[in-house]
Design a protein around this ligand. Structure first.
Ligand SMILES: [Zn+2]
Ligand SMILES: [Zn+2]
Length: 755
């Protein structure tokens, strides 16, 4: 019987390293009686297979259907090769072949098989650093490519004979699992409390759980950095934790012991359940059902919830009596999350009651990621652990471009071929430590992804530190308007390359007329934009200070509508502000002293939040708009008047709010009517533009669309009117997504100038 013996060389690109891909290839090759080899290279996985052609066809279809869950295949290139008569199938040693790289896996939550192994594998009973090819640390421990143990922070740990046997056994789940470890040879936790230290895991779990039960606060080293934990039902402990972090006013993230307990405290739909239990294990913003300690959510009806993702979390919840713990980033104020043991001990001592670290270094810092589900679609809010450094595949070449992002919620982005590699959430660059983290991460990414940028792109804002970085780089600098970048970052996700109507709404972005923009309707494509319409310019008294003190924007709007007469209005918020301070603001507006003009949507929300006495002073970024949204009474249909001409004026809206306040209409109704007004404004302005210019594709972006009430209804209303609506999913809608937009604008302008 004659057989058609053929051979192929196959190159697979995508996320195929560190996700159990080679053992998978081995299994399907052996099952289909094929011979050859598989090799990890920095440009992907290369496979040589030979055998019967029917078996090769089957092998290729198994590829598609059975690939490991975390892997993401971008391309499979198959070329005919010479039949050489291999016997058996081998996994050959990795070689470093070119500057092209494949993708790096994000960190993966511990898998259920490993959790079972912890109860039965003799050398891993209760071993908290257990992992396998399907789970465990990845990005946080990788120093260089290709992904091999000696290029990770596991390099200092010599595998014991038992682990090595598993590592080399192709049929073992730990075959080539780079961080493979056991209680004989791997990393170990250390608990430090009152000058004593403990390394026995049973003692540690017992101590930590009883301390949390007693209301203590404890720093715990996680995958991408240190976190601080306490009982989420103990108000006193949560208050102390808040003090330990220095005036941090933001809601805290909460880890629940299991999905069942989580369901007692929060409501979640199918999409939210799927995301919160996924291998990425992000924080999901959910609606609260049963209260936790008051200070956890600081008055919001939502909870940032997550489930355990490290073996230690599971061990802790087995002993804890509380169903939930606060688990917040271990940083002080606005600094980056701590990663180094000594620095953590130094900075957190005196602030926490105990510190738990371990002796494996964190190389790439990552915070917990945050997502929300709106209209059944998962949206990124903060992109870090579990998501980074997965690349975003674009419809165009962006090679050699570095986009430096915004300033307050910074994330940068590197272009490699058709891939955009977004950094993890970096934070507020105005903080010196964060700015260092930004520099250091750019260096690390360039090394990891073997990329030396030739072009750098930044925001138009002259004072952003990300702009300064670009200017000091010595490279060609391209400047991109903030709101154009917002719209293009969303267009890039959907591979849109045409003219669209962009609705870009956020707090602050430098406009090309030198004013501060933020309520913008743009007619734009990937390279350029035209500003079609915007919110009316209003003075922003005190500049940046107005973002911390929303009452200033209330005064600016009231003064615009009523002149000084507004001082005679009966508005409770005015009683909270010193009259001389209000008069100073009026003077500053009249004399135009430090009062830039702004069309910002965020500042309008600030003004209404202050006018309704919901929030006159802001403790954290976007607090006033968040509180205004949180105050909404559901199912209120009314709205306020507004006018659309060259500009969109909210003078009638403000008068309506003032009238309602004086008529003692509950602020929850006013909040609802104001939100309904914004939705109507967006709908009216977009419909008019779409009608006039015949464009049916609408792109929504900017931090204002993190407002669930607005995004939900704007999307529905526009779609119901027959328009196609796009909003960001993978990349944050806030300034954390700006860098992707900058990158693509720069690439598009470059390709146009080459033609
Ligand atoms: Zn596992
Ligand atoms: Zn071992």
């Amino acid at each position: 019987m004659s057989k058609n013996r053929i051979a192929y060389q196959i190159q697979v690109r995508g996320l195929v390293q560190g996700v159990g891909f080679r053992p998978f290839i081995y299994r399907i090759a052996s099952r289909n009686s094929l011979n050859g080899w598989v090799e990890n290279r920095n440009d992907g996985v290369i496979i040589h297979v030979e055998g019967d052609d029917r078996n090769i066809t089957k092998f290729l279809s198994d590829f598609e259907t059975e690939a490991p869950p975390v892997s993401k295949i971008q391309s499979i290139d198959k070329t005919a090769a010479e039949f050489t008569g291999f016997t058996g199938f081998d996994i050959v040693k990795s070689s470093d072949v070119s500057g092209e790289i494949t993708e790096i896996s994000p960190d993966i939550a511990v898998c259920s098989e490993c959790l079972q192994d912890m109860k039965k594998q003799v050398h891993r009973i209760d071993y908290p650093f257990i992992n396998c090819t399907n789970c465990g640390p990845r990005f946080t421990i990788i120093k260089d490519l290709p992904y091999d143990r000696h290029k990770t922070t596991m390099s200092g740990f010599r595998m014991c004979d038992e682990c090595e046997r598993e590592y080399l056994d192709i049929l073992d789940r730990r075959f080539h699992a780079q961080p493979v470890a056991c209680s004989q040879c791997g990393p170990w936790y250390r608990l430090m409390v009152n000058g004593k230290s403990f390394t026995d895991i049973a003692t540690i779990v017992q101590q930590v759980s009883s301390m949390i039960g007693d209301g203590k606060i404890i720093a715990i080293k996680g995958l991408g950095g240190f976190f601080i934990a306490c009982d989420a039902l103990n108000q006193e402990a949560v208050e102390r934790l808040r003090k330990a972090k220095d005036r941090d006013g933001k809601p805290f993230a909460v880890m629940f012991g299991s999905l069942d307990t989580l369901k007692e405290f929060a409501r979640l739909n199918e999409a939210e359940e799927k995301e919160i239990t996924s291998w990425r294990r992000p924080i999901v913003l959910l609606e609260s059902k049963k209260p936790l300690a008051r200070d956890v959510s600081v008055g919001f009806q939502t909870v940032g919830a997550m489930l355990p993702y490290m073996p230690f979390h599971y061990m802790l919840f087995e002993r804890l009596t509380t169903p939930a713990i606060v688990l917040t980033s271990g940083n002080i104020s606005e600094q980056p999350i701590l990663i180094d043991n000594d620095t953590a001990a130094e900075k957190l001592s005196g602030r926490v009651d105990a510190l738990l670290d371990y002796n494996r270094e964190i190389y790439n810092r990552t915070d917990d990621s945050v997502v929300m589900v709106v209209n059944d679609t998962v949206r990124s809010v903060r992109r870090s652990r579990g998501f980074v450094p997965s690349s975003i595949h674009l419809g165009m070449n962006v090679d050699g471009i570095l986009a430096t992002g915004a300033e307050l919620v910074n994330c940068f982005c590197l272009g490699k071929g058709n891939q955009a590699i977004m950094s993890q959430h970096i934070g507020d660059l105005k903080n010196l430590e964060t700015y260092r983290f930004f520099h250091e991460t750019i260096r690390q990414f360039q090394k990891l992804f073997r990329l030396t940028p030739v072009t750098v792109v930044c925001d138009m804002h002259p004072d952003y530190l990300s702009t300064r970085y670009a200017e000091e780089s010595g490279l060609e600098v391209i400047r991109v308007q903030h709101h154009h970048a917002h719209i293009v970052s969303c267009m890039a996700e959907y591979h849109l390359d045409e003219k669209v109507i962009g609705v870009s709404m956020d707090g602050i972005g430098y406009g090309d007329d030198g004013h501060i923009w933020g309520g913008e309707f743009l007619l734009c494509d990937l390279a350029d934009y035209e500003r079609s319409c915007h919110f009316e310019y209003i003075p922003m008294p005190g500049g940046d200070k107005a973002t911390e003190e929303p009452w200033r924007m209330a005064v600016a709007y009231l003064y615009t509508c009523y002149g000084e007469e507004f001082l005679n209005l009966d508005l409770p918020f005015l009683k909270r502000i010193d009259e001389s301070a209000v008069r100073l603001v009026i003077q500053a507006i009249e004399k135009k002293i430090n009062t830039p003009l702004t069309s910002s949507a965020g500042r309008l929300f600030d003004a209404i939040a202050a006018m309704t006495n919901i929030c006159t002073h802001s403790d954290f970024h976007a607090e006033a708009p968040m509180r205004l949204e949180s105050a909404i009474e559901p199912d209120v249909a009314g709205q306020y008047d507004f006018t659309i001409s060259e500009e969109i004026s909210f003078r009638e809206t403000v008068r309506g709010v003032v009238d309602d306040m004086q008529d003692n209409v509950p602020v929850s109704r006013i909040a609802a009517k104001f939100h309904n007004t914004i939705i109507s404004v967006i709908f009216a302005a977009v419909s008019e533009l779409a009608e006039k210019i015949g464009i049916r594709k609408i792109v929504l972006s900017g931090g204002t669309f993190q407002n669930r009430y607005i995004l939900e209804r704007v999307e529905k209303k526009l779609s119901d009117a027959g328009l196609t609506v796009y909003s960001p999913r993978e990349v944050p809608v806030n300034d954390g997504g700006i860098a992707l937009g900058q990158l693509v604008v720069a690439a598009k302008r470059r390709s146009k100038s080459c033609v």
